[in-house]
Design a protein. Sequence first.
Length: 160
Amino acid sequence: MGQLEQLDQQSGRAGLARGSTDLEHLSEHDCWTFLSTHKLGRLAVNVSGTPRIFPINYAVGEGTIVFRTQPGAKLAHGPGSPVCFEIDGYEETSARGWSVMAIGTLQDITRADDPRSVRLRELHVRPQAPGQRQYWLALTPTEVTGRLFRVGWVPGQYFG
């Protein structure tokens, strides 16, 4: 049973789910589950010595996060540079919050003709931002980490 299912089975008092006493670390498998079931994240890129964060629509395949972009900061400063990609969320029905972070070097696969790049460009990425997004960037993370917590009743703590 995965960490997500174990957290869901814990019970609390007075109709409240039992809360987390600490942040729980997600397994890499659970991190990729979150990454593969969401489509909007944030990419942090170093632009002339200053970190910038961009919302992006993305897809996941073959252990890689891919997205489409147009000429601008991500295309000019991202490829060949270390970047950080992040998604997070809070589910009211389960009172569960989570965060996943992927770190690695960004690659421009727009014109790459190797079989893997060709397959990655076949993934369905649907940018919501206006404009032509004809360039494909890929992040194959060297590190994927995540954490989760549950809001609710915590033994020994009182509301008020």
